[in-house]
Structure formats: C-alpha cells, structure tokens
Write a new protein. Structure first.
Lengths: 399, 224
C-alpha cells in the first residue's frame, strides 16, 4: 500500500518536475493552447455581437403590414369577406403571435337598437367592430375608457361596448337588439365619448360573430409586425390568402385556403429593413462559415501539438518501459503531463477572453470543452501508442 | 568463482513478418548464462543480436522455445516486474533522462519500484561511487557530461535496481577507445567481483577478446 502511494506520488512529482524543467517548451505549449482558446472565444464573441446587433435591428424596425384590394390602390373599403379577417384572429396561425397592434375595422353597415332593461327603446346606433380603441383622428371621437380595460379587450369576444355618453355611463349595462339578435342582449359599457356621433363600438370578433349580417363588411386590415425576424414566414403564410403586390392587378387564378378567389394583396414594406440587416447577415454567414474551420484547425493543431510533444520523447518513454515501467504508467505519465499543459493553457486563454470580452457564454465554454477533448484525444492516442511501443525498435532507431 | 546458471534459453526462436515474408530473427538459440561471467555476443548486422537481447530483457516474447530466469519460465512471470527487479539494460547512446540530474537519473528505477526517497538516494550515491563518479556529478545534467561519464551514469542506473543480469547493447559504440576500455573494465569488474551476469552485444572484436565467453550469431543461429 505504501509502495503504491509512493509510486503515485513519484509519478506526480516526476510530471511536475519535468514540466517545470522544460519550462520554455511547457510555456510554449501553454501559450499556444491559450491562443487557440482566445481565438475560439473571439470568434464566438464576434458572432454573438453580430447576432445581437441583428436582433436590435429587427426590434428597432417597425414594419407595417397592409392588406389592399388586388389592384394595390387603396387599403380602405376592402369589400372583403370577413373570413379574411378570421385569418388574423386565429390563435393557431403564425400571424397571431407575430403581429402587433392589429387594426381590423368592420365597415359598420349594421344598425342596432339600444333599449333599457325593460326593453324600452332608447336610441338607434351604427355598429363598428374594432380590434383597437377608437381615436379622434379616425372616428372623430375621444373616448373615456374604464381603467380596467385596454386595447387587448377589443381582441376578445366579450359583450362590451363604447357608446355616446348620453345613453349610459361607464360600468353600467345596456341592452341591444339587431337584425340578427331577436332578444335583447346585455352589453357592458366600458367607454363613452362626448362627441355627436352615433356609433356603437364593440370588439371586432363580437361584431363578427353576434351582430354582422353582411359578408362584405371589412373596412381595413393593418398591423405592425412585432417580430420582424418572422417577416419572410409571415409573407409566405399570407400568400395562401392574398397575392403579392408585384403581381397585384393581374387577375388571380384559382381560390385560396378560404375557398375564395384571390382578390386582395398584402404589402410588407421591408426594403429598409433588408438594407440594414443584409450586410450584418452576410457578415454572420461569413463568420459562421469560417468558425468551423478555425475551430477544427485549432483542435487539429492542439491534437498535433500534443501528439508531437509525446512523440519527441519516445525514447525517454521506451527507456522507462525497459526499466520495468508498465504500459499504464507510461500512458499515465505522458497523458497527465499534456493534460496539465492543456488545462492550464485553456484556463489562461479563457481568463484572458473573459477579461477582454467581459463575457463567457455557455457556447464558448462548450467549444472550449470540445477543443480540450480534441487535444486530450490526440494526447490519448499518442500515449496509447507510446505505452505499446517496441522498445528495442525505438532504441535502435535512435542510435 | 562460483558459476551459477541464471538465464537459460532453450531452442528459442523469434519470427516476425516484414512486408514480403516471414523472417526468423532468432533460430533455435539455446544457451545457459551464468552469474559472475562476462559474455560477448557478436555477429554481423541483421544476425539477430538485438532481437536476442530484447527477448532476454523481456521486451519481446519468443515465438518458440523457453527462456528461464533462475529456473522460472519468463512466461509465468510478470514482465514489468522482471525488468524492474531481475534485469537491467545499458544502451549504446546511454539514454539518460535529459531533464533529470545525474543522481535523479540513478534514483529513477528505484522510485519506479516505490522505494523511499532516502533509500533511493543512498543506493544511487553508492552505485555512482562504484562507477567512479563522485559528489560533484550529482547535480549535473546529462548534457553537461562526456560520453564516457554518461555511460558510467547509465551503468550506475542499471546497477541500482539490484538485478543480477546486466545486458548491454553496444555499450562502447559511441565512445572513444579510452572511454570504451574503461567501460569494458567496469563491466568486467562487475561480473567478476560482484557476480553479475554481464551480457554485451557488440560488433567490437576488442570487447569479444576480453570476454569470458564469446557467442557468435549468424542468421539468428548460434555458431558452434
């Protein structure tokens, strides 16, 4: 037991002594490994910076999606079947989560009758279904909205409404009848306006499902694209229902997924975005093409350095074998020595990278780990070869 | 002087394949080596001298025949242990560890066996003294020594393990005549006065002429 302990201590002390005494070579290997580690971190850092820049660009650009008639002349008064609007309200498709501030407005041809709780007539109003709160510039109204409600409410199918202030107050209920609704239905008043307009504003979905009679009742569809990264996917999806502006005006052939003729086009003015992101994307692509080469090159160099370092000391290990050192001992001595240099080198390189770049991402750590693995793999291969050497052959070759 | 058989080779053959054919480097070699004698094995290049040496030192295993150390078949022994305890090898180009000082080089085989540092140091100093190297050499590195001095260190390193067989492959090959003669006389002295079985593989006929027994090899066979 003591003997074994002494053998282990001896192999450790021998390894460190050799590393210390061939300090210039050890330092050269440590610095080479450190350089590769820095290089790997630098590549990863540059790519990450470029991707972050790209991400910022995507977030900063606000792109508006507009649905137009097929001649691409005007976005309003689409005379569009409301089935088209359902494409935008469907939570299952790509548009719902990637569009922001969706502005669908019904044309407002339907009239409703407002009654009190007992069914007595109060007034008659024109209905407009919206996915957003009405504003002064579009509807000539300036509504006070109940504090618990916001824009998102108008994306729902709740029985809520915004009406002229003279009819009822915020938080109260009114009752309406329409051509489609025979018995009075209760609506919560969530907003009122002072202006002399006679419009009953309700959520677009609620209008579409409960009130609308006409099939051609979409006035306009517009939205901001919140996730401009998905711009191409959004475009591809929209092609199932609309035609591209470039071919707008040409009579479409066939029907779309809704079973309707292509009658409308969509416009995504993404020119400025592409102009801004294309050079960054090209840079990232170049770096991504270059990165595996640099990585493989670094790993290969690490592999070769470790192999050569052991190979150069072949005679020394052969002598150890001839003195009775076991194959395992020779493997251990040669492997541990290189592993120590590799780990010190990579730690140094990683530390330098961390100080300089002020970051150390999991990807960088993973790649450094792969680099270490390659290095140690090269070491292990040569260490196994050395452990199995024909001692006399090497001795004769050296003479 | 008591001659005692320590290494017996019985119809030992060693065959290997090169690119074109099977080559029998050693062919039915039989001999008994005794303690206290200085042997020279001579032969032309390719006669099988070095292969025979590597078989005796346990670095290769014969394809046929038996090698026995003190009556025990080497196949039944742990080869690493055999090389650590029973046999030592001296090379033509010394093969000292370049990054270890003289004393550390000599201590190394003992450390490999797991002996205490103090014991290793004492034994190493004793063996260095035996080959004529004093304290002033202890901390020198091999590169600071002459060829003759390096070979003395190599002999001290071979002696320190306490093995009873010393095998030397052209030990004077890289030395001038004077240093070569000194080394030969040290080896001869070890055989005669310290009961080592010294086996030297050599081209040098001068060594053969001073050996107690000279064995000649041709095509792997012992020439009678």
């Amino acid at each position: 037991m003591m003997n074994l302990l002494r053998k282990i201590t001896h192999s450790f002390s021998y390894t460190f002594m050799i590393l210390f005494r061939k300090s210039v070579k050890s330092l050269a290997i440590i610095l080479s490994v450190a350089t590769f580690a820095v290089l790997i971190c630098l590549m990863e850092f540059t790519i990450q910076k470029q991707e972050s820049l790209l991400s910022d660009m995507y977030e900063q650009f606000k792109i508006n999606l507009v649905i137009m008639d097929k001649s691409a002349s005007y976005a309003d008064d689409l005379k569009m079947n409301r089935k088209y609007a359902s494409v935008f309200m469907d939570k299952e498709n790509i548009l719902f989560e990637n569009l922001d501030n969706l502005r669908i407005r019904s044309k407002g041809e339907e009239n409703i009758v407002v009654t009190d709780e007992d069914g007595d007539y109060i007034t008659s109003l024109n209905v407009i279904g919206l996915t957003y709160l009405p504003d002064q510039s579009e509807f000539n109204v300036s509504a006070d909205i109940w504090q618990d409600y916001d824009n998102s409410m108008l994306m729902s199918n709740e029985n809520v409404c915004i009406i002229p202030s003279g009819i009822s107050s915020i938080g109260s209920y009114i009752y309406i009848k329409t051509e489609k609704i025979e018995e009075s239905v209760e609506y919560l008043v969530i907003g009122t306006y002072e202006q002399e307009e006679s419009i009953f504003f309700c959520p677009y979905l609620n209008y579409d499902e409960s009130i609308a009679v006409s099939s051609n009742n979409i006035y306009s569809i517009e939205s901001d694209i919140s996730n401009t990264r998905a711009i191409n996917d959004i475009g591809i999806f929209l092609l199932r229902y609309f035609i591209e502006p470039s071919i707008a005006g040409v009579t479409p052939v066939g029907t779309n997924d809704l079973g309707l003729m292509y009658a409308f086009s969509f416009v995504i003015p993404k020119g400025n975005l592409e102009e801004a992101i294309d050079p960054i994307k090209a840079d990232i692509k170049k770096l991504q093409i270059l990165e595996p080469f640099i990585f493989v090159f670094s790993a290969a160099i690490g592999f070769v350095i470790s192999m050569l370092s052991i190979k150069n000391r072949k005679a020394e290990f052969a002598v150890m074998r001839s003195m009775g050192a076991s194959g395992g001992y020779v493997f251990y001595i040669s492997f541990v020595e290189q592993a120590i240099l590799c780990i010190i080198g990579t730690m140094l390189g990683t530390l330098i990278s961390w100080i300089v770049f002020n970051q150390l991402s999991p990807t960088q750590i993973n790649k450094i780990a792969i680099f270490i693995t390659c290095y140690l793999f090269g070491t292990a291969i040569e260490a196994i070869r050395i452990a199995c050497i024909k001692v006399m052959k090497i001795m004769k070759a050296n003479e | 002087m008591l001659d005692m058989s320590i290494l017996q080779l019985d119809k030992v053959s060693y065959e290997y394949r090169n690119k074109h054919q099977a080559v029998k480097a050693v062919n039915e070699f039989s001999y008994e080596f005794n303690q206290g004698l200085f042997y020279a094995i001579t032969g032309k290049s390719g006669s099988g001298k070095t292969t025979l040496l590597s078989l005796m030192v346990g670095l290769d295993v014969p394809t046929e025949g038996i090698i026995k150390y003190e009556g025990t078949d080497l196949k039944e022994m742990n080869m690493d242990k055999y090389r650590r305890d029973c046999v030592s090898l001296i090379y033509q180009d010394f093969n000292l560890f370049p990054l270890l000082a003289v004393l550390e080089n000599v201590m190394y085989p003992l450390k490999l066996k797991g002996q205490k540092t103090s014991e290793c140091k004492m034994l190493a100093m004793e063996k260095l003294k035996m080959v004529g190297l004093d304290e002033s050499y202890y901390k020198r590195y091999p590169s600071m020594l002459s060829g003759g001095e390096q070979q003395r260190v190599a002999i001290a390193r071979a002696l320190v393990t306490g093995s009873s067989i010393l095998l030397a492959d052209e030990p004077t090959g890289n030395l001038d005549t004077e240093n070569g003669n000194n080394i030969v006389s040290i080896l001869k002295d070890l055989a005669h006065n310290n009961k080592f079985c010294v086996i030297v593989v050599t081209h040098d006929l001068d060594i053969a002429s001073v050996a107690d027994k000279t064995l000649s090899l041709r095509d792997g066979r012992l020439i009678p």
